[in-house]
Design a protein around this ligand. Structure first.
Ligand code: PMP
Length: 395
């Protein structure tokens, strides 16, 4: 007999869980060394600076900060977001973006605004699990685009567009999650050429580009003005300031932002007023770039410790990426290993990573796994990898 228990939305029923978030609870255990989450290092948060920003806002504009506010975002935060996007190489005015509760909400709203059930979305394979969830919830079908060490392969993108007639292409061109790979400038130009000649939306997700360890600044694909009528650039303060703030934004064509704003009204009314005002105050009164210099230096040392440890600790015949920024290293174990099975042995040994399989759009590679290198100082990274060594020896 049909039971009320099964009366759920079909896309929610089919939705996979994010192993990253499911492992989050486990990784709170202080005895465990976690390489699992994309969590910025909490000891590097500017807690004092943020506390001062919250206090100043409450002292001068407490009533406003505690009140409902606009769906599209407070003027100060839109101004700050436009300035940051412009500094990243994409000239932007405040009316070209809306504020979102983190870039995850941006992805969810874009999905609701652009996608009908059955629409095809192209993405790098593997890709960010929670983006797959956001678009999957709307009934999107993902198709993979082949990539190499310089990101999406232009010919593969061209033929995938021809074959699948996708509604949108979702890309994380800089320090990709989960692989850490960055698309070269040449590739970005080629991808822009292809998209400009297509009738496909571009959804460009760029949370990591400021966490770079070299001088070379990668300019988002959305900077190409030919894409102004079809490109959405998602950004966030999560990785550079604090993910607890839940402040991000989406830059895109005005007529679509207007519809996204209607979707946001239905979804959550608005982004937290106090968080926006405090974030905007912080950005206006602090030199974030100077503070980020310290964060980048520390993350770089942590990346080095991770790569060194993995070179020694991964079983003979493994491969891994060597990212120039961001948070993640992606590794592939030799033939015969299954990272999803090993994760439980790893947890018993006091260390946790994320198996690669859930990040895949097409056939998963069970030998892959993702390591976040930012959450632990070099000493803990070495200790965690030595615990993992015993697991690999057994595996
Ligand atoms: N996009 C990517 C590629 C991410 O890795 C993340 C966070 N892990 C997000 C979006 C979401 O970040 P937030 O909602 O905190 O801005």
């Amino acid at each position: 007999m049909d039971s009320v228990r099964s009366h759920l939305n079909e896309y929610v029923t089919a939705l996979g869980r994010s192993p990253v978030r499911d492992l989050f609870e486990i990784s709170l255990d202080p005895a465990l060394i976690s390489f699992a989450g994309g969590n910025p290092a909490p000891e590097l948060f500017d807690v004092d600076g943020l506390a001062a920003a919250f206090s100043a806002v409450m002292a001068t504009e407490g009533g406003r900060a505690m009140q409902y506010s606009s769906t599209d975002g407070e003027p100060e935060m839109r101004e700050a977001a436009a300035k940051r996007t412009t500094e990243m190489g994409v000239p932007t005015s405040p009316d070209q973006l809306i504020i979102t509760s983190g870039s995850q909400q941006g992805l969810g709203l874009l999905s609701q605004t652009l996608i009908n059930p059955g629409d095809v979305v192209l993405a790098e394979n593997p890709s960010f699990v929670s983006a797959l969830q956001a678009f999957g919830l709307q009934g999107a079908e993902f198709k993979p685009v082949d990539t190499d060490e310089a990101g999406v392969i232009p010919e593969a993108l061209e033929s995938a567009i021809e074959k699948w007639h996708p509604k949108a292409v979702y890309l994380i061109p800089t320090f990709q999650n989960p692989t850490g790979i960055t698309m070269s400038a040449e590739r970005r130009r080629q991808v822009a050429d292809i998209l400009a000649a297509s009738d496909t939306w571009l959804i460009e997700d760029d949370p990591y580009s400021e966490l770079r360890f070299t001088e070379e600044q990668q300019i988002p694909i959305s900077a190409d003005q030919r894409l102004d009528d079809r490109a959405f650039l998602c950004n966030t303060l999560s990785k550079v300031l604090s993910p607890g703030l839940r402040v991000g934004w989406v830059r895109g064509p005005a007529h679509v932002l207007e519809r996204m704003s209607a979707a946001k009204q239905a979804n959550s009314l608005q982004t937290s007023t106090i968080d926006q005002l405090a974030a905007a105050y912080y950005l206006a009164h602090n030199d974030l770039q100077a503070k980020l210099d310290g964060v980048r230096a520390e993350y770089r040392a942590r990346r080095d410790a991770m790569l060194e440890g993995l070179r020694e600790g991964l079983p003979e015949g493994s491969a891994m990426t060597e990212p120039e920024g961001g948070m993640f290293v992606w590794a592939r174990l030799p033939e015969g290993h299954d990272a999803s099975a090993l994760v439980y042995d790893a947890i018993r040994a006091g260390v946790v990573f994320v198996p690669g399989a859930p990040f895949y759009i097409a056939e998963p590679d069970p030998r892959t796994l993702r390591f976040s290198f930012v959450s632990n100082d070099p000493e803990h990274t070495r200790e965690g990898l030595s615990r993992l060594g015993s697991v690999f020896d057994r595996g």
